[in-house]
Design a protein around this ligand. Structure first.
Ligand SMILES: [Zn+2]
Length: 294
């Protein structure tokens, strides 16, 4: 499952490749599972729009769109397509966002039109440049939707790479849940997943089961720094990949960050040689060193 650094890497890759391009037409497959907005609304929102920017919000990929073709559901005039570009006064600039969540196995790739269409392709957006944006997802936990309201898409929680130390500490005040569960709570922090929660707790020397509210400000300050550090390192490496997705060019991607505890059960701690332990916490594996983490 792509985590925040992978999504950041993919969003940056897409931004580099398709920003400034325009969606000419959209094909959407018959499977309903990936669609969180109606197919017709997704198609009408994308078609004719220029991709201004692609960025990440939590674990979502956000395409900022701009154009003069209004989404069909809010359209008051018919024949918007024919009228497009005709007059500027009637068609005020429309902005919208296309929101993509990759789920477990979702991929968003930029393809040449001649490239074979992969099995489990659910959406193809033809671009003015001649290339295509394709969304492929065998297991269909991914989600496609559009955001039409002003103000922009907000996945909730605070951005772990942007939150201040004070803001971070405040998130855990009075929380009786284990710190690991609080880190994974998407209403608090958006986009922190299992790997980076384990890795940042190790770097901060905090056991995953410690009650969030019982952790000192000083330790939370350390955790804040550790989380930003570990996410930053993974982004710098292009996101560490443990599953079978590919980058925006369709190439097998991503460096693997050297995990210090995640996935290393029974192996010696890189600091003190104690065997790394694994426990199940809130249904998820947690890895830690019982000597380095208190
Ligand atoms: Zn250790």
């Amino acid at each position: 499952m792509p985590e925040l650094p992978e999504v950041e890497t993919i969003a940056r890759g897409l931004d580099k490749r398709v920003a400034g391009d325009t969606v000419e037409s959209v094909w959407i497959g018959s499977r309903k599972q990936p669609l969180k907005s109606p197919a017709g609304v997704i198609a009408a929102t994308l078609e004719g729009k220029r991709i201004v920017r692609v960025h990440r919000a939590g674990k979502h990929i956000v395409f900022d769109l701009e154009g003069e073709s209004p989404p069909s559901q809010t359209s008051t005039k018919r024949g918007g397509r024919a009228a497009r570009g005709q007059t500027r006064q009637a068609a005020s600039l429309q902005t919208a966002q296309w929101i993509v969540h990759l789920g477990m196995t979702g991929r968003m790739v930029v393809s040449e039109p001649a490239a074979e269409i992969a099995k489990h392709t659910h959406l193809i957006a033809k671009l003015a440049s001649g290339r295509e944006l394709r969304f492929i997802d065998p297991r269909m936990f991914g989600k496609l939707s559009v955001h039409l309201q002003s103000g922009g898409f907000d996945p909730g929680g605070v951005e772990p790479l942007e939150v201040s130390e004070e803001g971070f500490i405040a998130l855990f005040r009075g929380r009786k849940t284990p710190i690991k569960s609080a880190l994974l709570n998407q209403k608090l922090l958006r986009g922190v997943g299992n790997i980076y929660a384990d890795e940042s707790l190790f770097r901060a020397g905090i056991r995953p089961r410690r009650r969030a509210a019982a952790i000192t400000r000083g330790q939370l300050g350390k955790l804040h720094a550790a989380l930003q550090e570990v996410l930053g390192e993974a982004i710098a490496l292009g996101g560490s990949s443990i599953s079978d997705y590919v980058d925006a060019d369709g190439e097998e991607g991503f460096f693997q960050l050297q995990h210090r505890v995640y996935g290393r059960e029974g192996e010696p701690c890189l600091v003190c040689r104690t065997a790394i332990r694994r426990i199940i916490l809130a249904g998820r594996s947690s890895h830690f060193c019982s000597k380095c983490q208190k």
